[in-house]
Design a protein around this ligand. Structure first.
Ligand code: PLP
Length: 417
């Protein structure tokens, strides 16, 4: 029986509508994915009732014997999946994971090098309104104006000039593989620690497609809900020497009680990512992104850096005479969900930038492959070249629904009826 529907029809109506939206449209936001029904059940389980401040075997509450098992499973699996010496599975989100790393690695006022938000960095990498930007002296590095790739000569120069205590690698909107080894060399040269935030591409690392930061970095964080396909949450990996301080800086440093239901979801997520099928998934995510990128470029769109090597692409839509906001709206009306995004050296404003960010993780989870990407590329081009044409958007929308019916969303923990 659907108890949400029975007990709270107003909330159920919104959940149901969202469930239908997720099933009937093409979800191409690069940071989103579809969790398995098993993960949804874990996150909706009785573990939400339990307080468990502390760590397995050392809790400040009684009755933790079962949640201890769950947390230890999550820790062991995370270490196995990424080959890490230590894992802290308690961060509520990627942002909290990053704050605990800053608290461990630097003091307020210290200098940190991080990727410019406007070049694909994340808010927690020093944006001035974020805690990171408020507490620390962030110096931004960027991408090369011609190639739109990370410019390691420029990064090394900045590091020598500013002598940061910490260098942050990782991005939210960078379509190329990140060479962690090069960051490690620079950090080593200037005596800085290296922190890699692999939130976006952790699933590709788990699947063996993207090089792993774990051998190179002092600290690695990720979210679990993007390419890794787990519940919304964060994870920290580090060398054993940092274990004590990382644990202290998650709890009590930045959080209180851990979300044990979400930690159960993470345990399931890591187990799913340890299966051989996950490698195929990660490869297909990248194959799909490449096929889509080629289709878009063949149709006249400009891609930042000239393509993609991971799960996302940044499309400069001004090449077809439209803007990021108009593009997001036109694609939305066509049943294709993306987000507007700044492109490097953007001449436009953040609320109406020149680009959109498009990703393939969620569609790949539905089982879509390169043939579908070619069709979707055609729809995207058609919609962007006619951003005001509601008739075209309506026609694409109905074709999208037909395609979606052939690729059901892999699991719904709550039945619609
Ligand atoms: N780090 C990177 C690189 C991200 O892209 C994100 C989320 O988009 C985060 C951290 C923050 O994750 P959360 O939204 O879970 O706080």
């Amino acid at each position: 029986m659907n108890l949400i529907k029975q007990n709270d029809p107003a909330v159920w109506a919104a959940i149901e509508a969202e469930q239908v939206r997720q099933a009937d449209g093409l979800e191409m936001i690069a940071s989103e994915n579809y969790t398995s029904a098993a993960i949804q059940q874990a996150v909706g389980s009785v573990l939400t009732n339990k307080y468990a401040e502390g760590y397995p075997g050392r809790r400040y509450y009684g009755g933790c014997e079962h949640v201890d098992v769950v947390e230890q499973l999550a820790i062991d699996r995370a270490k196995q999946l990424f080959g890490a010496e230590h894992a802290n599975v308690q961060p509520h989100a990627g942002s909290q994971a990053n704050f605990a790393v800053y608290l461990t690695a630097v003091e307020p006022g210290d200098t940190i090098l991080g990727l410019d938000l406007a070049h694909g960095g994340h808010l927690t990498h020093g944006m001035k309104l974020n805690v990171s930007g408020i507490l620390y002296n962030f110096i931004n590095y960027g991408v090369d104006p011609e190639t739109h790739r990370l410019d390691f000569d420029a990064i090394a120069k900045l590091a020598k000039e500013h002598k940061p205590k910490l260098i942050v690698a990782g991005a939210s909107a960078y379509p190329r593989e990140i060479p962690h080894e090069k960051f490690a060399e620079i950090a080593n040269d200037v005596g800085a620690k290296l922190f890699v935030d692999m939130a976006h591409y952790a699933g590709l690392v788990a699947g063996g497609i993207h090089n792993s930061p774990v051998p190179y970095a002092d600290f690695v964080t990720t979210t679990c809900h993007k390419t890794l396909r787990g519940p919304r949450s964060g994870l920290i990996l580090c060398k054993e020497e940092h274990q004590k301080m990382i644990n202290r800086n998650v709890f009590p440093g930045t959080q209180g009680g851990p979300l044990m239901h979400v930690i159960a979801g993470k345990a399931l997520c890591f187990q799913e990512a340890l299966q051989p099928e996950f490698k195929q998934y990660a490869q297909q995510v990248v194959d799909n992104a490449k096929t889509l990128a080629d289709a878009l470029m063949a149709g006249g769109l400009k891609l930042v850096s000239g393509g993609t090597e991971n799960h996302l692409m940044l499309v400069d839509v001004t090449a077809v005479g439209t803007t990021g906001t108009a593009a997001e709206n036109a694609l939305g009306a066509s049943g294709i969900t993306v987000n507007k995004n700044m492109i490097p050296f953007d001449q436009r404003k953040p609320m109406d930038p020149s680009g959109v960010r498009i990703g393939t993780p969620a569609l790949t989870t539905r089982g879509m492959k390169t043939d579908e990407m070619k069709t979707i590329g055609g729809w995207i081009l058609e919609a962007l070249k006619a951003p005001e044409d509601a008739a075209i958007h309506g026609r694409i929308r109905s074709e999208v629904v037909t395609m979606c019916e052939q690729f059901p969303v892999p699991g719904q923990a709550v039945e619609l009826h």
